[in-house]
Design a protein around this ligand. Structure first.
Ligand code: ACO
Length: 404
């Protein structure tokens, strides 16, 4: 069997998504193909062909991802990975990953990130678990706030059109200070967040779009769906909060009070909440969130010194890292991190680790001490684990609120 790997264009979007849609058992409609074709972020697509027929696909969105310190680093967001069950375990994904990394590296992208179906797939390609998140199931009867006073806020429903102009500036204010958050084009906003055609709604309730204003200024927004239900005439509705973003502490309190006070709702669901979400301290009973924690985003440094040199570090002594990288051998070697810049060096290493562990530390979610406890980092110079923890610490937990 000879497999041909081809770089595809937007016009090949139908081919590109066929393998992943087959894996998920999802029908592929002309609307889905057109939506993918039009997304400017989706600018890298590869297909694997057997005798002219598509049997595998993988691509990448180009995003800016905020890293600690607030720089937005150009990132290849891996997506659409699928190989038909008729062709699995013959190395097709590995060929596709090589093509994607070579092209991303050629374009000067220093990071790649992904959400995955199964984490076991991606370690071999150098991705490390880079954030944790929680899925909430909060009984709104238990959602009292420690401080019940509320700012004088106004919440109003807005149209899709208004949302497209009012929500992105709020998102951008929060994105700039939150590691893991991604840039969005106008088309992304419209086709992936704000619109609500029947085929996206898929039998669920309509999407509510609300704007929160403080002192007449847009300060927060939420996207949610309500599901009502009854059990022997008792109302058992729920709210599924798709996105709730606010740009200050008062705006956060007011937005969450609104969402948790909705009538006919007993339970509030939200996925992918960051580990430092303000609700932990807004609520009198944080355990009522009944958060189930899981790995969220995975990060791969495509260019180790360039990626390391783009994030911010706290003050600390210089550190030498010895990095292994079986899949992208151009990264392997020793790096001196000093004054926020990483350069190749011959000095003896303070710490040794694989590029996957560096991906886990990069956004600040995991400390080197924790990685060492899990056997992912070796300390050669006593005290260097602790120094690395201090130097890599970040103010905010990484948060990527949307699966791509
Ligand atoms: C970012 C995203 O898009 S996430 C979506 C990922 N896609 C899916 O989960 C869809 C369903 N699965 C598939 O389509 C395929 O099974 C894929 C894409 C996961 C793997 O494709 P394949 O062509 O079979 O992978 P390939 O043959 O290149 O495997 C390479 C290695 O990964 C291993 N591997 C592949 N899939 C898995 C898996 N699901 N779990 C664990 N290991 C795996 C293989 O055993 C092989 O290991 P080896 O190098 O030690 O021999």
């Amino acid at each position: 069997m000879t497999i041909e790997i081809r770089q595809l264009t937007a016009d090949d979007s139908g081919d590109f998504v066929r393998p992943i849609h087959t894996a998920f058992g999802r029908p592929l409609s002309p609307e889905i193909i057109e939506r993918l074709r039009a997304l400017p972020e989706l600018d890298l697509r590869f297909g694997a062909y057997d005798q002219g027929s598509i049997v595998g696909g993988a691509g990448a969105f180009t995003f800016g991802m905020t890293v600690p310190g607030g720089v937005s680093v150009e990132t290849a967001g891996l997506t659409g990975v699928g190989v038909l069950p008729t062709h699995r375990r013959r190395g097709i994904l590995t060929q596709l990953m090589r093509s994607i990394f070579e092209e991303s590296h050629r374009r000067g992208q220093v990071l790649s990130a992904l959400f995955c179906t199964e984490p076991a797939i991606y370690g071999r390609y150098g991705y490390g678990m880079a954030s944790l998140g929680g899925d909430m199931e909060l009984s709104t009867h238990r959602a009292s706030f420690a401080d019940p006073s509320l700012p004088d806020a106004r919440v109003r429903f807005v149209t899709e059109e208004e949302g497209a102009s009012l929500f992105p500036p709020i998102w951008d204010r929060v994105r700039r200070v939150t590691p893991g958050m991604l840039t969005r084009s106008e088309i992304w906003w419209r086709s992936r967040r704000l619109n609500d055609p029947d085929w996206v709604r898929a039998g669920r309730s309509p999407l509510a779009r609300v704007l929160l204003e403080l002192g007449g200024r847009p300060a927060g927004y939420a996207l949610y769906r309500i599901t009502t239900g009854t059990d022997r005439y008792l109302m058992t509705g729920s709210v599924d909060i798709r996105e709730a973003i606010a740009d200050s502490v008062p705006a956060t309190r007011a937005l969450w009070r609104y969402l948790l006070d909705l009538d006919l709702v007993q339970v509030a669901h939200m996925a992918l909440m960051p580990m430092d979400h303000p609700l932990f301290f807004l609520l009198t009973e944080p355990r009522a969130m009944r958060l189930s924690i899981h790995d969220v985003i995975f990060v791969r440094l495509l260019d180790v010194p360039a990626a390391l040199s783009q994030r911010h570090y706290e003050a600390g002594p210089p550190l030498v890292f010895e990095v292994t990288d079986a899949f992208c051998p151009w990264n392997a070697g020793r790096y001196l991190l000093a004054d926020g810049i990483a350069k190749r060096t011959d000095q003896a290493p303070d710490l040794s680790l694989d590029v996957t562990a560096l991906g886990s530390a990069y956004l600040g979610a995991f400390r080197f001490t924790q990685l060492a406890l899990g056997g992912r980092v070796v300390e050669h110079t006593p005290g260097s684990l602790r120094n690395a923890d201090i130097v890599f610490s970040a103010d905010r937990a990484p948060w990527c609120p949307e699966i791509f």
